[in-house]
Structure formats: C-alpha cells, structure tokens
Design a protein around this ligand. Sequence first.
Ligand code: BTN
Length: 330
Amino acid sequence: MDVKSQVLRLLEENRGQYFSGNRIAKELYVSRNSVWKAVRSLRKDGHRIEAATNKGYCLLEEDAILSKESIEKYLTGDGRSLQIHVRGKVTSTNTVLKQMAEEGAPEGAVIAADRQSMGKGRSGRQFYSPSDTGIYFSILLRPKMTAEESLFITTAAAVATSEGIEKATGIKTGIKWVNDVFCRGKKICGILTEASVDFETGGLTYAVLGIGINVTDPVGGFPKEIRDVAGSLYGTDPCDGSARSRIVGEVLSIFMGYYRHLAKKTFMKTYRERSIVIGRMVEASGTTGSLPVKALDIDDDGALIVETKEGEKIRMNAGEIRIRPFEGSF
Ligand code: BTN
C-alpha cells in the first residue's frame, strides 16, 4: 500500500479528529515530508483535509469523496474479503466489472463509482446515474451453483440493500417485487445482475451484481421522465460526507453474509417482511398484457402469488408490477 493510501486510511479512521504529522509519520514508518506530500496529493484529489499548527491534519466530516479507504472502513464479517476499486466516472460499473471478469478477476472484486455515463437498468432501460448524489457499485461473483439457484443473488441483494441502508443511515425502506428498493413511495435503488453461463455444466462462469442507490436528489431534481417514480434516501436534505461509503460498506457486508449460504435462503423472511406489495392492489404486466390483481404473498422461490378479480390464484415468476395510484379494489 502506498503512503498516500496509508495516510488516507489513518485520517479516515479518525475522521473529524486531528492527527499530528509526527504521529502519522511514526505509525507509518515514513518521514514527515512524505506525510506532507501525501496530504498535498490527497487535497489535490479534492479531499477536505484541514491542517492546524500544533494539531496536525484532520479529514473533515463533510469530505464526501468516495474512496477505497472510506468504504473499507465499513466492511465487516464476510465483507472484509472484498477487493474494492473506486473510480470517478465509468460507463457502467457492471460493464467494467464484466470486462475484468473476462480477464480473470477473482470473486469479490468490487467496482464503485461516483458517476455512470451509461448506467444500465433492467430490460434494456437506462439507469440515471449523476455524480455526487448517488452511489453505483458492482460485485463480481463466481458462484458454484446452478443458474437457477443463483437467481437468488438478486433477491438477497435487495434484502441486503434495504437492511444495509437502515444500518448506515437509520432510514427505513421497503422492497417492491421483484427487487426495487423504495422509500416514501419512490424507487431509490435498482439492482441488475448479469451472468455468463457455462453451457456445458449449466452453472455460471460468473455473475456481476450491480446496485445503484440514489442518496440525495440530484441538483435540479430528477429528469422529468422519471420524476414521478424516482426518489432518493434524503431527498433535498443534506447528508453527512461519509454516508455513501457507509451505505456501500454495510450493504456489501450484509450481502456477502447471505451469499455465503445462499441456498439456505435465510433472507426470504425479511424479504417478505419488507415487501411493500403484499396485501395491496397492483397492476401486473407480462407478455400477454396487464391486469389488476391483489398481491397475496411471495413464496420461498421468490414468486409473487396474486389473486385475480375472478378469484383465480396465479404464481408470477416473471413480469413486472406497478402499485396502482388509487388502489381501491377490483
Ligand atoms: C433497474 O432498476 O432497472 C436496475 C438498475 C441497476 C443499476 C445499477 S447501478 C450499478 C450497476 N451498473 C449498472 O450499469 N447498472 C447497475
């Protein structure tokens, strides 16, 4: 690890407190001059580091720059094995990581970015990914399981995202089947898993799980095409500088805990508890059009059980649902 990264790690661990240049130099076994150079370079990168005579250096609470060091601070348990890579702007964290997967990157490689120019959503849609206000990250998995079993990666990720957000910020969110995370009636997170299948074994060569979370509203608000559906965790309220890193660290750590024992589906109970659709009237759409139904339950295979106006119960394995603006009944 280079001096710059070590200095940032120390300052990050003591965010908001002064740390003398002398003490940093001693702890890292480097000269004070190297510490000073590292601080200068970190400031050039935009880090908010204050220097005060006789006190030393302090990474300010409002420093909101996403870094490997700031995310690693919040990794716990199974999350500690992850290798975090942070980028400023990328096309799509999923696309970058898929390329890395093809080149042999190991399971647990993570790309987190401040901004995406071509963020990908489900069904070929785009995922709006402006800078500073959201967080976009992908994790490379090489699951030793069938493609069918690995479908639960996304379900586990939805639960981990909802739980991780709550742990990091105290904000409560719900899950809209299949795997969107909602807060105050708006979508604040989308999840997209892309996989490469090994046709000989029927298993996966790899899967790239991508999660995008809107932390605050973008400057000027969301584009008008998505304004009615998209929201953010804090809205127009400010959040503290480390919020994005804390969210990523907590979500990844919780997810990795579920992923290790994916087949046990321990997350399904919480998935149901956090569902915002069970018991509600929804518009279900599939290949044959759309119809109003009542969402009754979600089974252990992740299928949504719905009831039609005629009282027929249907198990939805795929398709999309929309919560009706004026729910009423049939
Ligand atoms: C959706 O709701 O349609 C899924 C959106 C998934 C967005 C995330 S952001 C990180 C990762 N990189 C992408 O290009 N997409 C996913």
